[in-house]
Design a protein around this ligand. Structure first.
Ligand SMILES: [Zn+2]
Length: 89
């Protein structure tokens, strides 16, 4: 089990890190000194039995003829640029 939620942090110069964050704490890019802003939650959402973003349970078919597996949290298929249907449930 991986009960800690991971977040995607981005600095002004678009450097990104993935890490767990503590509420109220500020994170700074060690290289540029720029503050990181939280830009997203990483799937799988905690708690999850898997901490792998590309684990099978976090992928779905994009629905086009290419039948590519894409990450569930994407809005558009990275292979064919089609809009992905809203997730159910
Ligand atoms: Zn597609």
């Amino acid at each position: 089990m991986s009960p800690r939620q991971k977040y995607r942090l981005r600095s002004r110069s678009d450097r990104e890190v993935i890490r767990e964050v503590e509420p109220g704490k500020h994170y700074v890019d060690g290289e540029s000194g720029e503050p990181f802003a939280v830009v997203g939650k990483l799937i799988p959402l905690a708690p999850s039995p898997s901490s792998l973003p590309y684990a099978v349970e976090n992928l779905r078919l994009c629905g086009c003829s290419l039948e590519q597996l894409v990450q569930r949290d994407l809005n558009d298929c990275p292979h064919c640029d089609r809009r992905l249907p809203a997730l159910e449930g």
